[in-house]
Design a protein around this ligand. Structure first.
Ligand SMILES: Cc1cc2nc3c(=O)[nH]c(=O)nc-3n(C[C@H](O)[C@H](O)[C@H](O)COP(=O)(O)OP(=O)(O)OC[C@H]3O[C@@H](n4cnc5c(N)ncnc54)[C@H](O)[C@@H]3O)c2cc1C
Length: 432
């Protein structure tokens, strides 16, 4: 973690004056009255180990990260009868699809028919209907793949996703992140922290939907990451009005964007906004900035090394895994510093995702869903799109709920039971 190391070193090299300033600020923030300060002539800043605001949550399934995949995982687990909690570091659900502004999920169809449905599709469809938009006609094979992406109003989607979670009985915890994760004899003990809140979660199953597999990383389970990663993007709209849910936003590549830590997230936001400000200042016309997403969206950080790793050959050949739980469909779509040239799949090819690609190698009782799916970099460039992330989320939610009910681990649940539950909740499941 080079950035963390850099921070610690900077702290150690703080000059005496800066140190004093920090200490004084600490006293003032502690809220002590001046009389109390006077009484303690030493007046040293106090550190408290007492955790005020501790909340206890007992769950069967804990989902970490309420983004594209996590929202669907939580709804599925809860609808299947599991007591479900969802911890999200941000302020709303949807992740890259809402906060990142990538509100054009794809692809739910391939070669003239729908291949992904279920809870993700239900929310997308309801968002389009409520916003009086239009859905693509999946019986038509479009000339370009992106023509069948669904244009969704990101604000409506966030509202509906939250409503669906609450209605399913999910305990939603915004502004929180895991501080520690410990495996116990019958599950997990997870401490999370947010402003003024310490939460102790006991649960049987974890689904890590943080995008970059942060929980898997905290546990020291294997993750994959290439030295080069795709750029992130800050989405915005310059000039005119922003037709929410109709047109796509403009985007600026943010090279080196890394969603792994709060330090790297901050850096990606600072860089994205600096670039946008430069662009704004360089504008020749009178176009005004009418829309900007609150954070830089990330394409790539860590992927897990799972019980299976989906290779680009598996992906492009449309391999049907024996434990396939959903389809995926998108060109191989690797963004490089000079842009992207999508490589479409051969006609008729529809890749699948097996359950074991959602299970970190050598683990029990933890799964992932979303862009951190176990895959090589090229396969991941296609697998990471939103409809596939939603389908993975639903599959992980179903497997985790059944595992919790049966006091076992997801890959020991008979596959047909997972598939049956998924079909019962509207998902399309590949047949071998
Ligand atoms: C610029 C851009 C353009 C794209 N274009 C398309 C497109 O046209 N069509 C398409 O379908 N897909 C597109 N994608 C890909 C797709 O949007 C993402 O890969 C997908 O949304 C990722 O879903 P996810 O659930 O894995 O992660 P996210 O949706 O990013 O969700 C992760 C969630 O976890 C939370 N989180 C992270 N760490 C923690 C933590 N420690 N504690 C608590 N919460 C945490 C985050 O706040 C976030 O809400 C694009 C992506 C980008 C960046």
């Amino acid at each position: 973690m080079p950035n963390t190391v850099r921070e610690e070193m900077e702290d150690r090299h703080l000059g005496r004056r800066q140190f004093m300033r920090r200490s004084v600020a600490g006293v003032a923030l502690a809220g002590s009255s001046s009389a109390a300060l006077g009484a303690d002539s030493g007046a040293r800043p106090r550190r408290t180990g007492k955790r005020e605001g501790t909340v206890r949550t007992e769950a069967d399934v804990l989902v970490v990260g309420g983004g594209t995949a996590g929202t669907i995982a939580a709804i599925q687990a809860a609808r299947a009868g599991a007591k479900t909690a969802l911890v999200e570091r941000g302020t709303q659900l949807g992740g890259t699809a809402t906060t990142g502004g990538v509100s054009f999920p794809g692809l739910f169809d391939a070669w003239g028919k729908q291949i992904i449905a279920g809870i993700g599709w239900e929310l997308v469809k309801r968002a389009v209907e409520l916003d009086k938009g239009t859905l693509p006609d999946f019986s038509q094979v479009p000339a370009r793949h992106w023509q069948n992406q669904v244009h969704v109003n990101q604000f409506v989607y966030a509202l509906l996703a939250e409503e669906a979670c609450v209605e399913a009985g999910v305990t939603v915890a915004y502004y929180e992140s895991p501080l520690s994760v410990e495996q116990t004899v019958d599950g997990w003990l997870v401490d999370t922290v947010g402003p003024g809140t310490y939460r102790r979660v006991t649960c049987q199953q974890i689904i890590d939907c943080t995008g970059g597999a942060s929980v898997v990383g905290m546990l020291g389970l294997p993750r994959l990451r290439d030295s080069e990663t795709q750029p992130g993007s800050l989405l915005y709209k310059l000039g005119g009005v922003h037709p929410v849910g109709r047109g796509q936003l403009e985007q600026l590549y943010v090279h080196g964007a890394d969603s792994s830590t709060s330090v790297t997230l901050t850096e990606a936001n600072l860089n994205g906004r600096r670039l946008l400000l430069k662009k704004l200042r360089g504008q020749k016309d009178t176009s005004r900035l009418v829309h900007m997403q609150p954070e830089t969206a990330h394409r790539e950080t860590y992927r897990i090394r799972g019980e299976t790793v989906i290779t680009v050959e598996d992906y492009t050949s449309g391999r049907v895994f024996d434990d396939a739980v959903c389809y995926a469909f998108y060109p191989v779509d690797l963004h490089t510093p000079s842009g992207v040239k999508p490589k479409p799949l051969a006609r008729g090819t529809v890749p699948t995702i097996g359950l074991r690609a959602l299970v970190p190698k050598g683990s029990r009782d933890i799964m992932v869903a979303g862009r951190c799916v176990s895959s090589d970099r090229l396969a991941n460039s296609g697998l990471r799109v939103q409809a596939s992330c939603m389908a993975m989320g639903q599959a992980a939610g179903a497997a985790a709920a059944l595992a919790a009910q049966r006091k076992t681990t997801p890959i020991e649940v008979p596959l047909e039971d997972i598939r049956e539950l998924l079909r019962h909740h509207g998902a399309i499941v590949p047949s071998a």
